[in-house]
Design a protein around this ligand. Structure first.
Ligand SMILES: O=C(O)CCC(=O)C(=O)O
Length: 235
């Protein structure tokens, strides 16, 4: 009996040591993926549409970082403008929000840098291809009517805007959806989420299906951070 028990214990001991060694190898063997590379708790990416290409990253950023960005530059917003025909910028009734580009010292902010790095990692395009973040505030009644983000009259060397990322920092109580009217898509501006859509097709043609809008806020205030990504290094 004692001999049988002894063999059993030895077998058990051998089994545990083997498991520990295999586990250790799995964690440390060069070239092997971390066995737990999956999403951080609460983060996941949803494919919304393939035509146009639209993806929603749930819980991309936390409330603390979102509040930090609003506190960093929220008091600098001014009436938004649109790209005028023939270049330059102009105020338009199609875009009634207020906004500011996060540039200079503010762009060096640790949270801004963290968000830029996280976007680059997500979309696999170097952060140097991104324009500065544009912080946008919509109050009740304010909107951005349907438009596309790609440039019609592309100045030589500037590079086309190929995709757009919108980080929802603070959601309004009502209204303020992002919509794609050509394909009947509506994305709720849920704080913490990030929306990615492609302004060009996989063939790098301007994608008319990427027509999108920020619908009027009805109640409360909506804050977003928009980043337009160019096809070449931009900064
Ligand atoms: O505010 C939104 O939901 C859309 C913003 C937008 O269309 C843009 O920044 O290009």
């Amino acid at each position: 009996m004692t001999v049988v028990l002894g063999i059993f214990h030895e077998a058990q001991l051998f089994f545990f040591v083997l498991c520990a060694v295999l586990l250790w190898m799995g964690q440390t063997t060069p070239g092997k993926l971390n066995p737990k590379p999956g999403p951080v708790e609460g983060e996941y990416i949803e494919v919304i549409s393939w035509a146009p290409r639209v993806f929603l990253y749930h819980n991309f950023l936390n409330k603390e970082d979102a509040d930090h960005v609003v506190e960093l530059a929220g008091n600098k917003v001014q009436r938004s403008q649109v790209v005028a025909h023939g270049g330059g910028a102009t105020v338009s009734s199609s875009r009634t929000s207020s906004g500011v580009f996060i540039m200079g010292e503010d762009r060096e902010d640790v949270v801004i840098q963290k968000l830029e790095d996280k976007i680059a990692k997500w979309i696999q395009i170097p952060k140097e291809n991104g324009e500065a973040f544009y912080l946008l505030r919509y109050q009740p009644g304010e909107e951005y009517k349907p438009h596309t983000d790609w440039f019609r009259d592309l100045a030589v060397g500037t590079g086309q805007r190929i995709c757009t990322v919108i980080l929802y920092l603070r959601e309004p109580e009502e209204g303020g959806d992002t919509t794609f009217p050509s394909v009947g898509l509506t994305i709720a501006p849920k704080a913490g989420n990030a929306l990615l859509f492609w302004d060009v097709t996989p063939e790098r043609k301007e994608d008319s299906l990427s027509l999108h809008a920020g619908t009027p806020v009805i109640k409360g205030t909506k804050w977003v951070l928009t980043k337009w990504i160019r096809e070449y290094k931009y900064n």
